[in-house]
Design a protein around this ligand. Structure first.
Ligand code: BDR
Ligand code: CA
Length: 316
């Protein structure tokens, strides 16, 4: 599969918490989509770092894209990070250049709401905790109807990573995720069921590095770092969750999904942050009030997705 078969370039706002795979997602979105803006959120590391990293990534790739800083903490939950995976500053051990620009605003929520009004068929792709998106829905309850699509990297019907059943982005701000899943249907949920199948490693880092551009070197360094962390956990390749979510928007024909009610668990002693996905037959579900249905992504042509992510990086 090549870029010849891709959908027309979707207009994307990327809400993210860079983050190794978020940074690769920025490059992927800018290559295969029309990246209208980036909003940042607290998540993998604190908002100072995620915002700095978004600006640095755009700068390294020469992207002229607005960056708006968002929420510094979850709605209610205590702040928890993923620095163990992404490194203390969020981008592993790569050396970043000094920034030549700063954020376009400190109000990601206003940017999200305004852009949804002014840009037709906008795809909001959220690949961090859903704090900004929940706040934007509170600000404009009609936000979802103004969007062409809402895709998240988060959750999973049958898998967790932070706990046996909870994925980081949902677990890090479950109250925000509960608002989004309840009020913004349908969401395309690119969760761990599919992202754990799109695995990159040393070969892909070498293919990226062979391009010899600053952005490709940068992305290869991020992938090397992710790959090293994964090997500590006994895995021989690294999921690149957030870039996979971008390809699900730009190349949806490569993915298999189906519609199911999904609710975010908030109270379970062992299950807080779980995306409880009802895969029972529709007739059984109809017998009881069900939460809103969402498009749950299960599977992908993994090799095609991997090749597209590499293609995006190599051409960044
Ligand atoms: C998600 O959590 C973060 O650590 C990654 O950036 C990705 O968005 C995967 O669970
Ligand atoms: Ca992320």
């Amino acid at each position: 599969m090549t870029s010849d078969t891709m959908s027309p370039r979707p207009r994307i706002v990327l809400d993210c918490d860079p983050g190794l795979d978020d940074a690769i997602a920025i490059l992927t979105a800018a290559h295969f989509g029309e990246l209208v803006g980036i909003t940042t959120v607290n998540g993998n590391v604190g908002i100072e770092h995620t915002t700095h990293n978004a600006l640095a990534t755009a700068q390294i790739a020469g992207l002229d894209v607005p960056v708006h800083r968002g929420a510094a903490r979850p709605l209610i939950a205590p702040t928890m990070d993923a620095a163990r995976i992404h490194g203390a500053t969020g981008l592993g051990d790569v050396t970043l250049p000094g920034l030549t620009r700063s954020v376009d605003s400190e109000d990601a929520v206003a940017f999200l709401c305004d852009t949804a009004r002014s840009v037709d068929d906008l795809h909001l792709v959220a690949v961090g905790p859903l704090t900004n998106v929940a706040l934007a829905l509170r600000h404009d309850p009609d936000l979802r109807s103004r969007l062409g699509g809402l895709t998240i990297m988060g959750g999973g019907a049958h898998a967790g990573n932070v706990t046996p059943v909870a994925e980081f982005n949902v677990w890090a701000d479950p109250e925000a995720a509960a608002i989004v899943f309840r009020e913004a249907a349908p969401i395309t949920m690119v969760g761990l069921d599919v992202t754990h199948k799109v695995l990159l490693g040393g070969d892909e880092a070498a293919r990226m590095r062979s391009a010899g551009t600053p952005a490709a070197d940068f992305a290869a360094g991020l992938l090397d770092y992710a790959y090293d962390r994964c090997r500590e956990y006994g895995l021989d390749a690294a999921p690149v969750h957030d870039a996979t979510a971008i390809i699900a928007v730009t190349h949806p024909h490569l993915f298999r999904s189906s519609s199911h009610p999904v609710a975010v668990e908030l109270h379970g002693e062992h299950t807080r942050g779980m995306t409880v996905t009802d895969v029972r037959p529709a007739a059984a579900i109809a017998a009881a009030p069900a939460p809103p249905a969402h498009d749950v992504v299960w599977d992908a042509d993994a090799q095609a997705v991997i090749d597209l992510i590499v293609e995006a990086v190599v051409n960044s």
